[in-house]
Design a binder for this molecule. Structure first.
Ligand code: BES
Ligand code: ZN
Ligand code: ZN
Length: 518
């Protein structure tokens, strides 16, 4: 979808469909909805007035009202999109509203559309401070680009219902405001493209996206945006002593891939990064299919395990945006990709493996493979010079039991790194909830015969056992762990989102990285 930004009165913009946002400004608990449009254009308000006066449209989030041949507008259609109550309006509703507008246009065969940038918010000044123009425009662009995707790539008879061109129409204002909007517009496109890049990878079936193919796609992306990229396989795993990663990989006929992407900031002439400047390590779980291995999973729902590489996809996507946003901080992306299969060469419960760090691991369950590949990935990132680590992984079903599908799990051994992530979430709008990984949980991974074991001695707190395991390998290095098992695949259709890959964590990781800029 091509995007454009213009500054003019929305009423004079000729387009097959103009979308405008609406909020409910009624105060008091049981008051009837009172709908206000977020536009300063009198002509747009007038065109909607008769329809709104019926009281039919309540401006509930995701609600839509479509008017044909709106009076006094150059647009052929006016789509009014509800964002919910004015009092609780945040950039998140704008992201969802923009998505709703696009998903409403698609089945109608509308190929070109416009969205009126939300203005005159009918809100008090204090609330307005939470809605800066840059973030509003960014969210609008992100929501629209997210919603445009449908996952019918593998249907032989695809219905082409794509919106090919979207114009954001903002009122002509003072230069400082238009610059802010422009900045959000550009950032939004970079971030949205990164998220969609990750979603495409997650959507691919396991037979198409093998570890080798994931390596190829990462390398192609890196070449396109100017990142260094190396893709290694079995030989390198053995040379580095990655006994944990290799144990998982060796049951499959597909070779593993260790993908290393490096972003080195180019500073202005004469400037160099301080010697003690942070180096950020982004480590992703890239299991392209998780059968569970010898501890095989039940057949029901096993097909979902093609998305067990969503953590890797998030890191690859984030690296793409980092290359384009060019923050002044060095970033290394490390993806550990393998297929977890049962076979005559597969690792077994009871095996003891030696990780790259030297720590020995007793395998109790071959389905707890994600933590094994990440153990070597985290340690390897440290040997590459990373001073701060973040990992993303569809790691445990237990995390889904604990938090459901609304919040993903977050763990950290460092308050400062955690704070940076909290700030990142304010921009990304993604939801993560912190769970503990304090030393008193360590007994859960104590082994009888090795340094640690790969599953908890108890079935309680399974997401925490997994985090405690990873913490052993992050060790003293500040580290954030994201367990995205419940949020990587959307099962619920909403007006702003289709079923399928979510691209969760891409936006937050990008912002977390930017939080470390020199
Ligand atoms: N890939 C799964 C976790 C998962 C579950 C991802 C649901 C997405 C949705 C992971 O490798 C796994 O199988 N974990 C086991 C760990 C157990 C054996 C300790 C689990 O959660 O059951
Ligand atoms: Zn597993
Ligand atoms: Zn897995």
């Amino acid at each position: 979808m091509d995007m454009k930004l213009v500054f003019q009165d929305a009423a004079g913009f000729a387009t097959p469909m103009l979308a405008v946002f609406a909020v409910d400004i009624a105060t008091g608990k049981d008051a009837d909805p009172l709908v206000a449009l977020l536009t300063t254009s009198d002509a747009v308000s007038n065109a909607a007035a008769t329809a709104l006066a019926t009281g039919e449209f309540k401006a509930v989030l995701g609600e839509q009202l479509l008017l044909h041949a709106p009076n006094g507008l150059k647009a052929q259609r006016l789509l009014i999109v509800g964002l919910g109550k004015a009092k609780t309006l945040s950039v998140d509703e704008v992201r969802k509203g923009a998505g709703t507008a696009v998903r409403s246009a698609k089945p109608r065969g509308v190929r070109e559309m416009a969205i009126a940038f939300p203005e005159d918010h009918a809100l008090d000044d204090e609330h307005m401070e939470n809605l800066p123009c840059t973030l509003l425009c960014r969210a609008l662009v992100e929501g629209a680009a997210f919603a445009e995707r449908d996952w019918d790539t593998y249907r032989s008879e695809r219905k082409d219902v794509s919106v090919q061109e979207l114009t954001v129409v903002a009122r002509d204002a003072e230069a400082s405001t238009t610059e802010e909007i422009q900045k959000g517009f550009e950032e939004g496109q970079i971030v949205a493209a990164a998220q969609n890049f990750a979603r495409v990878l997650v959507n691919e079936p396991g037979n198409v996206l093998t570890p080798t193919e994931l390596g190829r796609r990462a390398a192609a992306m890196c070449a396109e945006v100017g990142l260094e990229c190396e893709v290694h396989s079995t030989e390198k795993l053995l040379e580095l002593g990655m006994g944990a990663f290799h144990a998982v990989a060796k049951g499959s006929a597909e070779a593993p891939a260790l993908i290393v992407m490096t972003y080195q900031p180019k500073l202005e002439k004469g400037k160099t990064l301080a010697k003690d400047a942070p180096v950020l390590g982004l480590v992703g779980k890239g299991i392209t299919f998780d059968t569970g291995g010898i501890s095989i999973k039940p057949a029901d729902g096993m097909e979902k395990m093609k998305y067990d590489m969503a953590g890797a996809a998030a890191m690859i996507g984030a690296m793409r945006a980092i290359a384009q946003l060019k923050p002044a901080v060095k970033v290394i992306g490390v993806v550990c990709s393998a297929e977890n299969m049962p076979s005559g060469r597969a690792y077994k419960p009871g095996d003891v493996v030696t990780s790259m760090s030297g720590k020995t691991i007793e395998i109790l369950n071959t389905d707890a493979e994600g933590r094994l590949v990440l153990a070597d990935g985290l340690h390897y990132a440290k040997t590459l010079g990373c001073t701060h680590l973040i990992d993303a992984a569809t790691l445990t079903g237990a995390c889904v039991v604990a938090l459901g599908i609304i919040n993903a799990g977050l763990f950290s051994n460092d308050e400062a790194a955690f704070e940076k992530f909290l700030n990142a979430m304010k921009v990304s709008g993604e939801k993560f909830w912190r769970l503990p990984c304090t030393e008193d949980y360590k007994d859960q991974i104590k082994s009888q015969i090795a340094d640690i074991m790969n599953t908890g001695g108890t079935r309680w707190g399974g997401a925490i056992s997994a985090a405690m395991f990873l913490k052993e390998f992050a060790d003293e290095t500040p580290w954030v762990h994201l367990d995205i098992a419940g949020c990587a695949w959307i099962e619920e259709v909403k007006p702003w989102q289709p079923k399928g890959p979510s691209g969760i964590a891409v936006r937050s990781i990008i912002e977390w990285v930017r939080g470390y800029e020199a």
